[in-house]
Design a protein. Structure first.
Length: 202
């Protein structure tokens, strides 16, 4: 197993892994479907476009076993979404039904994101761990810790010391790994699905 910068050909597999790892969170809003997976693929291609140097995958042969996305400046994501036409394309895709999202589902997603932005507005600017996951068949092999170390090293190579993330309080295994790598809980926020711990490393 080795950890490398994600390439274009890895992104669809990363999106599939995200859907597998976070299926419960996705199905809170909408049933899992190929259309939803396609929406996730578009979102991860945007993340790769913006955070190319902070997007790593753990690979075994041709298989993606895990991934991590580190954001040095989250504002770059929103700017790229607007200026690249991604946001417009996404809206058109939703209207055409290409993502399989209903209006009530969209309302829940937007409300959830507004709750998340409250977290953004009440914490100091910093780099962020946007997403990390390991395939269930490869959990317990230390891949998550290796990905996290790689992500932290990347952010620190930019001269940035402060990194924040959110973790569910009941995800004790993840919280312990984050604490082992220097993160500590500085507060809490919540969304429609419950509480998040706000953790910071600095």
């Amino acid at each position: 197993m080795k950890i490398i910068l994600a390439q274009y050909q890895h992104i669809d597999e990363v999106a599939e892994l995200f859907c597998l790892a976070f299926e419960e969170s996705i199905t809170f809003f909408t049933p899992m479907s190929e259309k939803i997976k396609n929406a996730m693929k578009d979102a991860f291609h945007l993340l790769h476009e913006v955070f190319t140097q902070g997007f790593f995958v753990a690979v075994e042969g041709d298989e993606v076993c895990g991934y991590i996305v580190m954001a040095d400046d989250i504002k770059r994501l929103w700017m790229q979404a607007i200026t690249s036409g991604f946001l417009k394309k996404a809206i058109v895709s939703v209207i055409r039904g290409e993502y399989g999202l209903t209006l009530p589902t969209l309302y829940k997603i937007v409300k959830n994101k507004l709750l998340y932005f409250r977290f953004e507005l009440t914490t100091k600017p910093s780099a962020q761990l946007l997403s990390i996951a390991v395939h269930p068949e490869h959990q317990g092999e230390g891949i998550g810790q290796k990905l996290l170390s790689k992500g932290i090293d990347y952010i620190e190579s930019l001269g940035i010391k402060r990194i924040k993330l959110e973790a569910r309080p009941d995800n004790t295994a993840a919280v312990k790994i984050y604490e082992k790598h220097g993160f500590h809980t500085v507060g809490q926020t919540c969304d429609l699905q419950g509480k998040w711990l706000i953790m910071v490393r600095e």
